[in-house]
Unconditional design. Structure first.
Length: 335
């Protein structure tokens, strides 16, 4: 099956890409990692003005309704440009708050739609909890609870600062958590595709200009094959992500999300390894902007569930008709 965005969806993605391409995202990432959130919040406001956060908010609360294909299109571009901040978590939190309803939804969803609220989900660690307006701890079979940040944990991606949290007051019933966690995994998968695509593009360009033994390194067969393999992985993962978006709201959504997340994580990580091979030692240096994308690909590999965990989950769904057993316990505790 071939998944093709319609004209309006393509225009939305192209507009967001152009908007972010004109911003200095490497500088925003470095500032974010150093504790200066101002450049990152400026990008956040620009994304909000483009309508990104309204895509996860029902019309009754000032949004455009939950539009899963447009959401993965936005997450792809935000990943492609490595925009810092918990945008995946904020979008997933909007789905959670909508499921909770009542006062939490009425209070927070209009602010999310307007880009005025940053929300982080802790599972078990919270991304950028120190700059979030709301932190929500989510866990299997337990009610979501508000939380406050505690100690920060070291990480390899300066734009992904993980915090331990202390859960506080319950927000509602546990039933609302499952779909929000699956949405987070799906958007993370699309983010990974964007990261992988950016790394592939910069690696191809570098291979065209970097010369060894009197030839561009892109002419060497080993380099060609590595880049081709990275492209194939990304292109095979993309329809799984779009297919999962289309299954939103159906019983197949959890299974399709896990298939997409496993494939996207492997493809993004393979693109990062190919970028390191092509760039050589310069790919490790802090001063070289692609190193930020390479580190993000590694950090996202286990975010919202490792590939192994999601493959096991898919197998659980596939085996269910024969065994009568349900899928295994929800994966993705590591963030």
């Amino acid at each position: 099956m071939k998944f093709v965005l319609d004209a309006e969806q393509r225009l939305f993605g192209e507009t967001l890409h152009k908007l972010l391409a004109e911003a200095d995202t490497p500088a925003a990432i470095r500032a974010w990692g150093a504790g200066d959130a101002a450049p990152g919040r400026a990008l956040w406001r620009a994304a909000a003005e483009a309508g990104v956060f309204a895509l996860a908010v029902p019309e009754a609360h000032g949004g455009a309704g939950v539009l899963p294909v447009e959401l993965v299109t936005a997450a792809y571009e935000l990943g492609r440009h490595a925009v810092p901040g918990p945008f995946v978590e904020t979008l997933a939190a909007a789905v959670l708050l909508d499921g909770l309803g009542g006062e939490p939804a009425a209070r927070w969803l209009p602010r999310v739609a307007a880009g005025e609220a940053v929300i982080s989900l802790a599972r078990p660690y919270a991304l950028d909890a120190d700059v979030a307006d709301l932190v929500v701890a989510v866990a299997d079979d337990a009610p979501p609870r508000t939380a406050r940040p505690a100690a920060m944990r070291p990480g390899i991606d300066p734009a992904r600062r993980m915090f331990e949290v202390v859960p506080e007051a319950p927000l509602g019933q546990a039933a609302a958590t499952a779909r929000a966690v699956d949405v987070a995994a799906l958007l993370c998968a699309s983010q990974q595709l964007g990261v992988g695509r950016a790394l592939l593009e910069v690696s191809v360009e570098y291979a065209r200009t970097r010369r060894q033994f009197g030839r561009a390194i892109g002419e060497f067969q080993a380099v060609k094959h590595r880049l081709a393999d990275a492209l194939v992985g990304l292109e095979f993962a993309r329809p799984l992500v779009h297919g999962a978006a289309l299954s939103y709201g159906t019983p197949d959504f959890p299974r399709d999300v896990s298939a997409a997340k496993a494939a996207a994580a492997e493809a993004s990580y393979a693109a990062a390894k190919a970028a390191l091979q092509v760039h050589g030692a310069i790919g490790y240096t802090d001063e070289y902007a692609p190193s930020l994308w390479i580190r993000k690909a590694r950090a996202l590999y286990a975010a919202w569930g490792t590939p192994a965990e999601h493959r096991a989950r898919v197998m659980g769904f596939l085996c269910r008709p024969e065994t009568g057993e349900g899928p295994p316990g929800r994966s993705g505790r590591r963030r």
